[in-house]
Design a protein around this ligand. Structure first.
Ligand SMILES: [Zn+2]
Length: 499
C-alpha cells in the first residue's frame, strides 16, 4: 500500500466535517429561525474545534511526512498530500489565543459595522476596525508570507500562488483602460429601463429562475435552489450543492442574474472529478477561479444579446402583460446599463472593477499602516472621485458599505477582479475554439460550453494552482486585453460609441 492511502480516511473525515459545517451555515442563511442564531454559533464553534483538533494531531503530521518521503507517491497523489499538508500547516500556525481574540473582535466589529452603516457613523466603527486590522496583521505574521509583503500571507489564503506584486501591474493596466471607457459612456444617453419598474410576480420569478438553472445544466439531483437575503452558493460535499437567489417583485433582474451567477458557482462545484471527492483535490484552487465561473455565466453569457434572443420571448410567457412592447435590443440595453455608482454590489461590468481596485489599494495600505483608519473615509471619497467621478455624502454608501474588513477578510477583494479577468480569457478562448457558441446560446444549448469548462477547469479541482489551470485552459498567463476587448466590443456598439 502506498503511504498516501493511510491518509485517505483522515482527509475524508475533514471533508465530511467541512460538508456538515457547510450545511449548518446554509441553514443559518436560509431557513433557521432567528432564535437559532446563538445556539448555532456554539454548534459551529464545537465542530470547528473538533476539525482543528483532528487536523493538528501530531500523528497526522507524521503520516503526511511519511507519504511525502515515499517515492512511489507521485503525480496527483503527491499533490493531494501536499494540499493536505498545506491545510494542516495553516491550521497550526495561528496560536489559539489569537484565533479567539480575532473571533471575538470580528463579532464585535460586525455588530458595530451594522449599526454604524445604518446610522452613517464611521467614528463608532473606527476603533473596531482598528482592532480587527491589528489582529489580522498579527494573523498574517503568524501565517507567514511567501514574499516580503505581509499582505501576501492573507491573499494566499484566497488565491494561493498569487502575490500583490503580480497583481499590481495587471490592475494598473486595467484601471488605465477602464477609466476612459467609463468617461465615454457617461456622455452617452442612458438606456430606457422604465419597463422593468413594474410588478413581476415573485412566484413566476421563482419558476423562471428554476427554468434557467435547468437549462444552464445545474443538476437538481445533486443540488437545489432556495432564497436568502444575500445570494450565495454553499456545498454540502460535491454531491449536494446549494445555490440561493433573492427575489424582488419590483426588480426581476436581481433574481435572474443572482441565479445565473450562483449557477456558475454551482456548476463548478458539481463538476469536480468523482475520484477527488472527499479529498483536498475536490475543491476549487482559488476564489478567483470560482468567481471566474460565476461571472462567465452571469455576464459573458447571461448579459449577451444571444441569450436574450432566446429568453426574452420566454420571459414574456412567464410574466404575461409586463413586457409586451419591449423588443430584444431595448431589453438587451436595459440589462447592460453602465453608469458610475456608489455601491460595488450594484455596479455594472465596466465600473465594477474600479470599485475593487480602490479596495485593493486601500486594504494594502491599512495593513501596512500607511493608511490610518481615521483617514479612511476621506481617502475613499478622494479615490471614488478620481476613478468614477462621483463621491458619497456620508460613509454608508462609502467605506462602510462592505462587510469584508469588519470580518477581517483583507486580501479577498482582488479575487472578484481576477474572476472577471479569468471569465473574459475563458470566453475569448472558447469563442476561438467553437465559432458556434453564440448560435448555441441563442438556441439555449449550453452543453458545449459546460463540457469545455468541465474538461479544462472543473474536473481538475485543486490538482494545480489556479493560475496554472487557467494558463493551461487559455494558453496564456493572466491578461487584461481580453476583458478590455470584450468590454469595448460590447459597449461600443451598445452605446453607439467608438471605444
Ligand atoms: Zn460569486
Amino acid at each position: 500500500m502506498a503511504k498516501h492511502e493511510a491518509l485517505l480516511p483522515h482527509m475524508q473525515e475533514i471533508a465530511d466535517l467541512d460538508a456538515v459545517l457547510g450545511l449548518l451555515s446554509w441553514d443559518e442563511e436560509t431557513y433557521a429561525p432567528a432564535g437559532a442564531r446563538a445556539g448555532r454559533g456554539l454548534q459551529t464553534a464545537t465542530l470547528e474545534g473538533l476539525k482543528h483538533q483532528r487536523l493538528t494531531r501530531p500523528e497526522l503530521g507524521d503520516l503526511i511526512e511519511a507519504a511525502l518521503a515515499d517515492p512511489s507517491v507521485t503525480g496527483t497523489d503527491r499533490v493531494m498530500v501536499e494540499r493536505f499538508r498545506r491545510t494542516r500547516s495553516l491550521a497550526t500556525r495561528v496560536p489559539e489565543a489569537l484565533v479567539k481574540a480575532l473571533a471575538e473582535a470580528r463579532s464585535l466589529a460586525m455588530a458595530a459595522w451594522g449599526k454604524a452603516k445604518n446610522s452613517d457613523d464611521f467614528k463608532a466603527f473606527g476603533p473596531h476596525l482598528e482592532r480587527v486590522v491589528s489582529l489580522t496583521r498579527q494573523r498574517a505574521e503568524a501565517l507567514g508570507s511567501p514574499t516580503d509583503e505581509l499582505y501576501d500571507a492573507l491573499l494566499d489564503e484566497y488565491e494561493p500562488g498569487t502575490t500583490a506584486a503580480t497583481l499590481r501591474p495587471v490592475f494598473a493596466e486595467l484601471r488605465g483602460a477602464l477609466v476612459p471607457i467609463v468617461e465615454a459612456i457617461a456622455g452617452a444617453p442612458r438606456p430606457d429601463t422604465s419597463f422593468l419598474e413594474q410588478r413581476f410576480s415573485s412566484e413566476a420569478q421563482w419558476q423562471f429562475t428554476l427554468r434557467l438553472l435547468e437549462d444552464l445544466g445545474f443538476d437538481m439531483q445533486h443540488g437545489r435552489q432556495d432564497r436568502s437575503a444575500h445570494p450565495f452558493t454553499g456545498s454540502v460535499g460535491q454531491k449536494d450543492v446549494r445555490v440561493t437567489t433573492r427575489i424582488d417583485e419590483e426588480n426581476p433582474i436581481s433574481a435572474i442574474f443572482s441565479t445565473i451567477h450562483e449557477c456558475g458557482h454551482g456548476l463548478y462545484e458539481q463538476g469536480f472529478a468523482p475520484e477527488h471527492h472527499r479529498t483536498p483535490l475536490g475543491v476549487a484552487p482559488s476564489m478567483g477561479i470560482h468567481e471566474g465561473q460565476s461571472r462567465l455565466w452571469e455576464n459573458q453569457v447571461g448579459r449577451s444579446r444571444a441569450f436574450w434572443q432566446r429568453y426574452l420571448p420566454m420571459m414574456k410567457t412567464y410574466f404575461p402583460g409586463t413586457l409586451d412592447g419591449v423588443d430584444l435590443d431595448t431589453f438587451y440595453r436595459a440589462v447592460n446599463v453602465v453608469e458610475p455608482s456608489l455601491i460595488r454590489t450594484e455596479a455594472d461590468e465596466v465600473t465594477y472593477n474600479l470599485h475593487i481596485l480602490l479596495r485593493f489599494e486601500l486594504e494594502q495600505a491599512l495593513l501596512t499602516g500607511d493608511l490610518q483608519v481615521d483617514d479612511l473615509p476621506g481617502v475613499w471619497r478622494e479615490r471614488m472621485q478620481r476613478d468614477l467621478g462621483i463621491q458619497s455624502e456620508g460613509d454608508t454608501e462609502g467605506c462602510l458599505q462592505d462587510i469584508h474588513w469588519a470580518w477581517g477578510a483583507i486580501g479577498y477583494f482582488p479575487t472578484y477582479t481576477l474572476g472577471n479577468l479569468y471569465a473574459a480569457q475563458i470566453m475569448a478562448t472558447f469563442e476561438a475554439a467553437d465559432p458556434n457558441v453564440w448560435a448555441d446560446v441563442a438556441a439555449g444549448r449550453f452543453a458545449p460550453l459546460l463540457a469545455w469548462l468541465r474538461e479544462k477547469i472543473h474536473r481538475r479541482g485543486y490538482t494545480a494552482w489556479a493560475g496554472d489551470i487557467m494558463a493551461d485552459a487559455v494558453g496564456a498567463p493572466l491578461q487584461v486585453a481580453p476583458l478590455v476587448r470584450y468590454l469595448k466590443g460590447k459597449f461600443g456598439p451598445l452605446y453607439g460609441l467608438s471605444l
